[in-house]
Design a binder for this molecule. Structure first.
Ligand code: HEM
Length: 405
């Protein structure tokens, strides 16, 4: 008599916690899945939904570049970070497919052109100097996140958008629910509504009193009939949130990583090309947006040797993709002179690739050498295992970073 086939083992829960004893390393579960089966099944939302997980660089790039996959969370199979996430307004255009996505992204592309970013560099350098002047006047230990890593990108994005910095606590607080995995869908919706209302008020103020900033120019696009006022407010809110959260965590974690690999710090002081490469390697090594990029198939497609059916979700966890040994030699070693560091996918790939990447790169290239030039004796004021890392956040980081110099 033939035995019934055993029921397939339930898909493991998608967990991307970094190891406690190696907090800069990738999740051991994800590494094991990558090595065993690069396109496999995982579950999210306490087992309520299954999704595909793609953990190798080659296949990850294929997924992110595929027109058969959507970022629209309204599809039932979309493996959103939390249950109940829906598209909100067009301003949160990351959640839309073409042609809406294309039109919304186009309203902002010229704001991030290389020329604009080059023009912003002196302002970033000035903000860095001012913050370091204040920091070095204090007597340590000082929280590097509170006094440097968080205010720096917040001040920069305020300058770019034309947001008065006095509102920083408001927008920093209302950005947290987007990345905090313990926040409910309602908390996210409410935070978004508050940010968007704030931007609407600012748009009105800028139309009465224009400046040389992004919010003023969004107001002009409203006046020209290109976008609605709501869309302009939502675009501004997205930039305000996206513009400081990731970069702040990247500044703090890059500093920890360099302090853990002090022999590589001199590489920050090489040629501009060597510095740029060092920053790419830090982006690869840290993969700060570590919660996984999420997609849903709108038609059947094949990735690797697996057919993904229309309606099924896909998660791409960048922290293991960027350490794929098939592409990066000794992937768990930091090597600021790595020749192919630029091939990382830390800013994503395809049509949703990070819009703010020229700004993030400029900030990191200016900030990191300056920190170690001004504070050559910089060190952690607590052992690494006593630092609290952000375990339940889409964006990896540290809660606080006590330092002395
Ligand atoms: C180190 C810092 C940063 C990292 C690692 C990062 C990472 C990413 C990644 C991986 C995506 C793609 C998401 C996906 O495909 O689902 C993305 C999209 C995006 N990022 Fe960034 N980001 C950073 C800084 C910034 C900054 C400074 C801004 C704005 C000022 C920004 C604005 C955006 C926007 C608007 C999108 C959506 C693009 C689209 O859907 O077309 N990011 N970012």
């Amino acid at each position: 008599m033939t035995q019934p086939a055993p029921a397939p083992a339930p898909a493991p829960a998608f967990v991307y916690d970094r190891p406690k004893d190696a907090p800069l390393g990738p999740s051991p579960l994800l590494v094991a899945l990558r090595d065993e089966k690069p396109v496999t099944r995982v579950s999210v939302w306490n087992g309520k939904l299954e999704s595909w997980l793609v953990t190798r660089w080659e296949e990850a790039r294929e997924v992110l570049g595929s027109p058969s996959l959507s970022t629209n969370p309204n599809h039932a199979g979309f493996p959103a970070v939390r249950e109940g996430v829906r598209q909100r307004e067009r301003g949160f255009f990351q959640m839309y497919d073409p042609p809406v996505h294309t039109a919304m992204r186009r309203t902002l592309t010229r704001e991030f052109m290389v020329k604009k970013m080059d023009a912003l560099r002196p302002a970033v350098a000035r903000i860095t100097t001012d913050l370091l002047d204040d920091l070095t006047k204090k007597s340590g230990p000082v929280d590097y996140v509170e006094h440097f890593a968080l205010p720096l990108p917040s001040l920069v994005i305020c300058a770019l958008l034309g947001v008065p910095y006095e509102h920083h606590e408001f927008f920093q607080e209302n950005s947290k629910p987007f990345v905090d995995l313990t926040a409910t869908a309602e908390q996210v919706t409410e935070a978004y509504a508050r940010l968007s209302a704030f931007l609407k008020e600012l748009l009105a103020a800028k139309r009465a009193n224009p400046g040389d900033d992004v919010v003023t120019r969004l107001g002009e696009q409203v006046d020209a009939g290109d976008i609605t006022e709501q869309e302009a407010a939502d675009l501004g809110a997205l930039l305000l949130f996206a513009g400081h959260e990731t970069t702040a965590n990247m500044i703090a974690l890059s500093t920890v990583t360099l302090l853990e690999n002090p022999e590589q710090i001199p590489r920050l002081f090489g040629t501009p090309e060597e510095l740029a490469n060092a920053v790419e390697e830090l982006l690869r090594y840290i993969s700060v947006l570590h919660g996984g990029l999420r997609r849903v198939a709108t038609e059947d497609l094949t990735i690797g040797d697996v057919t993904i059916r229309a309606g099924e979700g896909v998660i791409v966890p960048l922290s293991v993709v960027n350490r794929d040994p098939a592409l990066f030699t000794d992937p768990d070693q930091l090597a600021l002179d790595r020749s192919n560091a630029r091939q990382h996918l830390a800013f994503g790939y395809g049509i949703h690739q990070c819009l703010g990447q020229p700004l993030a790169r400029a900030e990191l290239q200016i900030v990191l050498p300056e920190v170690f030039r001004r504070m050559p004796e910089l060190k952690l004021a607590a052992p690494l295992d006593e630092i609290t890392f952000k375990a339940s956040s889409m964006v990896y980081g540290v809660q606080e970073l006590p330092v002395t110099w």
